[in-house]
Design a binder for this molecule. Structure first.
Ligand SMILES: [Zn+2]
Length: 813
């Protein structure tokens, strides 16, 4: 946690996808982003079909796209104004006076990303008012740009007093935290999107001027630095596609090749990029870089990049991804953890990392044409990503944990606002992931009701999907070629439908289910045969031809590889592409962390159209475990209800879990009533995590972040207090406390000292201790004192001079 997380805030990030925008027209046929205006060398073997060629009219994604347009984009734009992000541009432009008025040097990117999102969204829904707002922002950005093309409001405003991350000179701290290239990368992405949406070149010209500044200053024979936060690699590839000017491609490649060795794994600078074979460091930086390597490999045919990202993908998918498709398990550096280090409550899974994971897997598909990348992409999209934005479109998660004691809730905004602004640009482009094309082959990768247009070398084809996915696995495809001709339609059969939830041994189905997907062509059954995960229909197509696929969608139990300690003796429930969770409002006594769901329990479900915008709810008979004493656990039967994971946290904060124990022995029972567990807790610093004090969960050590803990960070060198108000006056004579200490990279240490006071009337009197107030790490610190009868006990904690402290458990007897 803690100090590195905050550093990490400089760090998490976003990006866009190559499926970008295209002129208002359909289909691919163009290289990389499918949006090139100029003839450029190289491209992916498989071409995107852009979201503008795809019309989704389902009741799942179309709703999300509309909410993003109607709520999220205006809301995020409003936040950029309210928080000073727009004012920074106004000051840099000389229209207002004052200092840089937000917290981070990369805050400019939120404005860029929202313009990008608005640009995509305006291609789906015309919106002159939004277009006018965007135009005025672009004019402002142009005025904030320095005459030589450099654009970075913090330095322009502050000069010699620039942010400590920015350094005294341009690019001086780029490899560290300045984010100058990161900002320009997002600027380029937004500008290309805007040009395609509107045909107006003003924003694109600003981006070209900034990119030219970068090319002048940085490169072989010039200043040689790598971007501290990746994104510009992709953006330069895109600008090359757009302009045909190869210097941008060369610059993007330079930024990859100049990275490493011997730098920080945090930003993937520990090795040359071609020598990297494992997913490490900050997960958003990492996945943006892997996506950028794919883009540049596709354009330059550099096989060594592909080898590296293929190996890294194997590592991530077999050891470092959550069942929800989230990546980046640890908040410490917002980073990939060690192999199989996948804690649930402290799972970081930044929303931006899910977006980056979609980008990366999508590009690997474009390189290799294998449906397994879409098995990962779909899992991430429907679960880890969607959890990041509320159904109402105005509340967001930054981390997306798989377990909560009630300390998590979506927030309208963050001081580091990468995730909300990234959501604005991702959602409107989601249609671009559904299809792809290679010569005369059409790929159908994702499912939702709607239509798509394809331009084949010798024909035009409309493909209509009729389905109620993800609630139903019945898929009908109406193929309408302009004229009768031969081509191939490749329909992805999801791994989950053929007993392979993920393309590795990290997760598998615990139950057996042998029914195969059924396939029909013009109502005649066809045998299921798969080629790289696709059912291939290669024939002469005529108007009215129909493919019908029935994917069985039973409720499935998933188990993790035995090496994943956090999921030991637990199961998760899935149906189709959706991972389920148990959440407090649906279950007995508003508790779920003490539930048990045996493997033999029959699960049933039904679609509820009015529940959380419509979802399929699941239920089954489980057990409710509670302690009757320190050693005794009782269980009683109770109905367990589950909802799709993406839909949690809409009804207030409380318990949630994706993984449920499959036997009583592995249950986490409710605590037995004790003096502590029946006390009311208060503290010098209020936090939702106060519940950690009396939950009777004994940590493995002082840095056990798999359970909930309470801390005072970033406060230090002060006296803080915690207080138990007992349910009734009680005689007490001893106490023990387990301190939180997250080690050399964290912000907390065991405290400098502590003492206990008891309440007598309205005054607090120190207890007369019979043993010293121990301060122990990795175990309980205990104290005995002369028995007193009191209503309340208060602990005073002296924080260390240079660090904060925290408490994992406090019990009283
Ligand atoms: Zn983010």
């Amino acid at each position: 946690m803690i100090s590195r997380i905050v550093l990490g805030f400089g760090v998490e990030r976003q990006r866009r996808q190559l499926v970008g925008i295209l002129t208002a027209f359909f289909i691919c046929s163009a290289p990389i982003m499918g949006q090139s205006q100029k003839q450029t060398a190289g491209s992916y073997p498989i071409q995107p079909v852009l979201f503008t060629a795809v019309n989704l009219n389902d009741n799942f994604w179309a709703q999300r796209i509309k909410t993003n347009h109607d709520v999220t984009i205006p809301f995020a734009l409003g936040k950029c104004k309210e928080t000073g992000r727009v004012k920074n541009f106004e000051i840099a432009a000389g229209l207002k006076t004052g200092d840089f008025c937000t917290e981070f040097t990369f805050d400019d990117t939120d404005v860029y990303k929202i313009i990008e999102g608005a640009s995509y969204s305006m291609q789906i829904s015309k919106d002159p008012a939004l277009e006018a707002q965007v135009d005025s922002l672009i004019a402002l950005i142009g005025k904030a740009q320095e005459p030589d093309g450099y654009i970075y409001t913090n330095r322009t405003i502050m000069g010699d007093r620039a942010h400590e991350w920015a350094g005294k000179k341009r690019w001086e701290k780029e490899e560290d935290l300045s984010h100058e290239l990161y900002n320009i990368g997002h600027l380029i992405e937004a500008a290309v999107a805007h040009y395609h949406a509107t045909g107006k070149k003003d924003f694109l010209n600003i981006a070209i001027k900034a990119a030219d500044r970068v090319c002048e200053d940085l490169g072989p024979g010039k200043l040689q630095v790598y971007p501290g936060h990746q994104i510009i690699e992709l953006a330069m590839a895109k600008l090359y596609q757009e302009t045909g000017n190869k210097k941008y491609l060369d610059e993007g490649k330079f930024f990859l090749d100049v990275r490493g060795p011997n730098g920080d794994p945090y930003n993937q600078a520990h090795k040359k990029v071609v020598d990297q074979h494992e997913a490490v460091g900050h997960s958003v930086r990492a996945a943006y870089m892997y996506a950028g390597m794919a883009d540049i490999a596709a354009l330059t045919q550099d096989a060594s990049y592909i080898k590296a990202i293929d190996d890294i993908w194997e590592d991530a998918v077999s050891k470092k991804i959550y069942v929800t498709g989230g990546i980046g398990s640890t908040g410490n550096g917002e980073a990939f953890g060690e192999a199989y280090e996948l804690p649930n409550m402290s799972a970081y899974n930044e929303t931006c990392a899910s977006i980056a994971n979609v980008y990366w897997n999508y590009r690997l598909f474009l390189l290799h044409g294998d449906a397994k990348y879409f098995d990962v992409l779909e899992r991430t999209l429907y679960n880890a990503f969607l959890s990041g934005v509320s159904l109402t479109g105005d509340k967001f998660f930054y981390p997306n944990p798989l377990e909560s004691h009630g300390q998590h809730a979506r927030s309208p905004w963050f001081s580091c606002a990468c995730c909300p602004s990234n959501v604005t640009r991702f959602i409107p482009s989601v249609g671009g992931y559904f299809y792809a094309q290679k010569d005369k082959s059409i790929y159908v990768n994702l499912f939702a009701q709607g239509t798509a247009q394809f331009k084949l070398p010798d024909n035009s084809v409309t493909l209509e999907q009729k389905t109620n996915y993800p609630w139903d696995g019945d898929l009908q495809f109406l193929v309408t070629p302009q004229k009768t001709s031969s081509f191939e339609v490749r329909v992805r059969i999801p791994g989950w439908a053929v007993n392979k939830p993920i393309p590795s041994d990290l997760y598998s189905f615990e139950d057996t289910f042998t029914e195969q997907p059924k396939v029909f062509l013009n109502d005649k059954p066809v045998a299921l045969t798969l080629d790289h995960g696709y059912m291939v229909f290669n024939r002469k197509w005529k108007k009215g031809d129909r493919i019908h696929i029935q994917l069985p969608m039973p409720l499935r139990r998933v188990q993790a590889n035995a090496k994943v300690e956090a999921d030991k003796d637990k199961l998760a429930i899935e149906r189709g592409p959706l991972v389920y969770c148990a959440e407090w409002p649906d279950n007995k006594d508003n508790r779920v962390l003490n539930l048990v769901l045996s493997p033999d329990v029959k699960l049933t479900g039904e679609y509820k159209p009015d529940f959380l915008k419509g979802l399929y709810e699941v239920k089954g008979m489980g057990q409710f475990a509670s302690r009757t004493s320190a050693t005794e656990v009782k269980t009683e039967d109770t109905e367990v209800k589950l909802i799709p994971y993406y839909a949690w946290a809409h009804r207030g904060a409380g318990e949630m879990t994706v993984w449920l124990p499959d036997k009583k022995g592995s249950a986490q029972p409710l605590p037995a009533p004790t003096i502590a567990s029946t006390s009311k807790i208060s503290a010098s610093h209020k936090a939702r995590t106060l519940m950690a004090l009396n939950d009777q969960m004994v940590p493995k050590n002082s840095n056990d972040q798999s359970i909930i803990f309470y801390h005072w960070w970033p406060m230090k060198d002060t006296v803080q207090w915690l207080q138990y108000d007992f349910a009734k006056a009680t005689a007490v004579s001893s106490a023990k406390v387990y301190w939180f200490d997250d080690g050399p990279f964290g912000g907390c240490r065991i405290p400098a000292g502590w003492k206990l006071l008891y309440k007598s009337g309205e005054t607090w009197i120190p207890v007369k201790n019979k043993t010293p107030f121990e301060v122990t790490k990795d175990g309980f610190s205990t104290v005995s004192f002369e028995s007193i009868n009191t209503d309340a006990l208060r602990m005073e904690i002296t924080l260390p001079k240079e660090h904060s402290s925290g408490v994992m458990e406090w019990s009283v007897e």
